[in-house]
Design a protein around this ligand. Structure first.
Ligand SMILES: Cc1ncc(COP(=O)(O)O)c(C=O)c1O
Length: 686
């Protein structure tokens, strides 16, 4: 009697089902749905780095900073399109430098780690400034652009310091949204341009306002932007008390609606900003107090990731009219601050259909704002205001790459028939299946003979369901259950969608999604994720990334392009060595939002710059180690020192009671335990 497996193979040979997928091994093509390019991948016999470049959409999201080099590794061009070929940094050279043992000249660190490229940050800032400069000069606009960086996007000291340093020549400033951020911004801006703006946004109490006013005493160019009407009385009272002439602004609640996820608080009913009536009352009161000349700035922010220039223009036009009205009402208006919203193309689609992309370039964004403000102001015969923006995402997203390592992979479906559980005698097995399952099996065979793939899938699903039920009732062995799982997988691969023709694996990575990709966890925000090496080789499997935490949310179920898995290379640590993946464009918000789930903590951080004099073309300029187990415990009010003492006492007591541990041994044990507090919380992969 043939086994169940042979039966199905016979069916396949009977040309009712495609044979090859049943034996889909490691060299099966990855199924790429939809596009014509995708089909050409399937057909091509050879593989090349340019196919990887297109497959992972690097041409869409990565330009001008990321590319695939001839060695099949990601290369980083820190000066964007101005990077000389000799300045390309091979990301695997960086990985080797970071992970090589100290004795070999490396840092001896483990992944995950963030590689920061401050030169990219500089390039982003300069590109933003130059886009506005060009728009100003091509339109003949009568004022300049002077941006601020909203520190909430990434408050890391060295990033904010870099932004202040790189932006000093063009008076780049900072935006704070809380007392702590204001302290940070003041300190960093003390090395910046004296004309740089320090914009104080957010809800404010007397302490926040006092600090902002005091910062003016320290000669910072601080503007207190009213988020609520109540803040006005505090400013009036405290500025008199502290004897400071304040500069204030109003945040207008625009009626323009940004309909994406990031615009959910926009519009008339939105959460933030002042209504028209509130602005009018503020103007009235400032006038009564003889302070109308303190009102100099109009701010609005309709949300992050504005998808189109049409929406940019709509909001800028509404705001420009409010600005002109404030001028008419007698305020000494000077600056219009258009907020954030300048978007990033995370999926490389250059479309306006999702929160993951935008349909414009930096230059188009700047030209839209400048053109719109100019047209309204000219219409109203109002002097052109200085333009500021609070572009956070567009400034810091590109500059870091998060690198993490796969530590194991497992099959979701049994792809390798050699590993399958032995099939039982089919007659006995069919007997034990029960009537319904037997009927399913027969229908499956019949459907396979007809070549009806849809029916095959249907009957295989039902067979599996009935078999599981039978197992739960104690009517089947584990081997029998595994056989039906295998049969189900084979049928799915043979009769299912093209993407199920390839092995599906779970790739377990040494990372916490909660800590390093909180926006994915929180609201499904996607980032480009891809292997950073082996890109000269065909990816032969599809993987779903699952993290180190023991949480069902700790996996990535959707990838850019809407795919539910990622084309990956076979991961066999023994044969192929380590396998590194990178997450790109995550420089804004992710680090600031990341939490302590499972107490894994922040990854290590290295910063590097290009250096023509060094063999690999770069130098590491700073290492910022992630927290140790002890640091993490301390951050949650545990006290490692006391914990070690307690372990020691316990060891000594046990030693006395049982005679098992001498005093010396107890000391050694607790000393050994103390060492664990200094350890790296992520897996140390050898
Ligand atoms: C008031 C304000 N300004 C600026 C930003 C930064 O926006 P983006 O990162 O889209 O530039 C935000 C973020 O939502 C914000 O709330």
């Amino acid at each position: 009697m043939p086994t169940l497996e042979q039966c199905i193979d016979d069916i396949a040979l009977d040309h009712s089902l495609p044979l090859s997928p049943f034996s889909a091994g490691d060299n099966a093509n990855v199924g790429f749905p939809d596009t014509t390019t995708v089909h050409s991948f399937e057909k091509s016999d050879s593989w090349s780095t340019s196919l990887s470049y297109t497959l992972y959409r690097v041409d869409g999201w990565g330009k001008p900073y990321f590319a695939v080099n001839p060695a099949g590794n990601i290369s980083v061009r820190t000066h964007g399109q101005d990077t000389f070929p000799s300045q390309d940094i091979d990301l695997m050279d960086v990985v080797n430098k970071v992970t090589d043992p100290i004795s070999d000249g490396g840092l001896g660190l483990c992944a995950p780690f963030i590689v920061r490229f401050p030169e990219i940050l500089k390039h982003r800032l300069e590109s933003l400034q130059s886009a506005f400069n060009s728009a100003v000069s091509s339109h003949g606009y009568g004022a300049h652009y002077q941006g601020v960086y909203p520190v909430k996007c990434n408050q890391d000291r060295f990033i904010v310091e870099d932004i202040v340093k790189f932006g000093k020549p063009f008076r780049f400033g900072l935006e704070a949204g809380s007392k702590t951020e204001l302290l940070l911004a003041m300190h960093c801006l003390s090395k910046g341009s004296p004309d740089a703006l320090l914009v104080c946004n957010g809800f404010k109490d007397a302490e926040y306002i006092s600090l902002a006013l005091l910062s003016r005493k320290l000669a910072f160019n601080t503007v207190v932007v009213f988020e609520q009407e109540e803040e006005l009385d505090l400013v009036i009272e405290l500025s008199r008390k502290l004897n400071v002439r304040p500069v204030v602004g109003v945040r207008a609640k625009l009626r323009t609606i940004h309909s994406g996820h990031f615009g959910s608080t926009s519009g008339e009913k939105g959460k933030f900003g002042l209504t028209t009536a509130q602005i009018l009352r503020i103007v009235g009161k400032l006038g009564q107090e003889g302070m109308l000349n303190c009102l100099q700035l109009l701010h609005f922010h309709i949300g992050s990731q504005i998808p189109t220039t049409a929406l940019v223009a709509d909001s800028a036009s509404e705001a420009a009219h409010i600005y002109c009205e404030l001028v008419r009402l007698g305020a000494s208006m000077r600056i219009i601050d258009v907020g954030g919203g300048l978007g990033i193309d995370y999926d490389g689609s250059k479309s306006s259909d999702s929160d993951l992309s935008v349909s414009y370039t930096l230059e188009e964004y700047a030209a839209t704002i400048v053109g719109t403000l100019m047209s309204v102001c000219d219409q109203r015969s109002v002097k052109h205001p200085v333009i500021s923006s609070e572009s956070g995402r567009a400034t810091v997203s590109h500059h870091p790459v998060l690198i993490f390592e796969v530590f194991s992979s497992s099959t979701n479906e049994q792809c390798n028939s050699a590993k399958s559980a032995p099939f039982p005698n089919v007659e006995n097995f069919l007997d034990s299946l029960g009537e319904e399952a037997q009927a399913d099996y027969k229908s499956l065979v019949a459907a396979a003979c007809r070549g009806d793939n849809e029916a095959c899938l249907h009957h295989a699903d039902r067979l599996k369901q009935h078999t599981v039920l039978r197992f739960k009732q104690g009517g089947l062995t584990m081997e029998q259950l595994a056989s039906v799982d295998d049969l189900h997988s084979m049928v799915s691969r043979a009769a299912g969608e093209p993407s199920s023709h390839v092995p599906m694996r779970t790739y377990r990575v040494n990372l916490s999604i909660f800590t390093s990709m909180p926006s994915y966890w929180g609201f499904g925000h996607l980032f480009p994720i891809m292997p950073i090496h082996h890109l000269d080789q065909r990816p032969t499997v599809r993987g779903v990334i699952s993290d180190l935490t023991l949480d069902s949310d700790g996996k990535i179920a959707t990838y850019i392009g809407g795919e539910s898995s990622l084309p990956l290379h076979e991961m066999d640590r023994k044969k192929c060595g380590r396998y590194y993946l990178g997450m790109f464009l995550g420089g804004a918000y992710e680090e600031a939002l990341g939490g302590l789930h499972n107490m894994l903590g922040d990854p290590n951080v290295v910063r590097l710059e290009t250096d023509a004099g060094s063999p690999q073309g770069f130098v590491l300029t700073r290492l910022l180690p992630g927290p140790s187990c002890g640091d993490l415990l301390r951050s949650l009010h545990h006290e490692p020192k006391c914990m070690v003492e307690d372990f020691k006492r316990r060891a000594e007591e046990l030693g006395v009671e049982n005679g098992e541990l001498s005093g010396f041994a107890a000391e050694t044990l607790s000393g050994g335990l103390a060492q664990f507090f200094a350890n790296w919380p992520y897996l140390v992969l050898t």
